[in-house]
Unconditional design. Sequence first.
Lengths: 157, 108
Amino acid sequence: MDGIQKMSIEFGCEPANESFARVAVAAYAARLNPTVEEVSDIKTAVSEAVTNSIIHGYYGIPEGRITVECAIKGDRLMVSVTDKGVGIEDINKAKEPMYTTRPELERSGMGFVFMEAFMDEVTVESTAGKGTIVKMSKKITSDEQIDDDLSMAVGYN
Amino acid sequence: MLEAEGQNLIIHAGKEIDHMEAEKIRRDFEEYYLKGHIKNVIFDMSEVEFMDSSGIGMIIGKYMKVRYVGGKVFVTGVSDNIDRILKMSGIYKIVSKRDNIFQALRSC
């Protein structure tokens, strides 16, 4: 992944790491000064990708490892989520709303729909038996209101 | 946390509805549901600060269960941010939003 100020974390496929991953990415994104809504979008999208790796990619593979990488390019946050799990046989099918291979878990089949709704760009590369990489990016508008409020509070302007 | 009120079941969702929280609620719900007499389900979302599509699956799952007995599903105490996610998912076609639990119970 190109870009400056890169960050990467690797963790096991325990469900508890879903919240760890999304909070870590949100904390990384904070340097772009995102709005509250943008932080929520990023956390949800990361949660979707990591949950997919855990529930689908590493189904029956408890020792699986997931890598999350982040970079900043100008005003864009780039995030990738990589697993070495079972892969997705038919990516277009997987992206269809309400399509899930785990209905017994009450999965909504909305994971990719959410990623695409909350990020600007989402690409999926997957090879059956090798794993999946989800790459996402989002332009951060920068919450200038907070800057203004802050500078007023500290007596600038 | 789940709380039965007659044939209505109130589910107090935790702060973060993700895969783990949705699974926990699903298992707790099954216990209640097997005992019978549950018709309507009210999700109290007043504590929820984060939600991903696991929350949508959780709500649809309950709707699929109770619709056979003519039951309804409500969400209450929805913050602006969570409302945005619920709207985006299209779930308001099958569940209704009420300001609070009391109002939802009156609509049951």
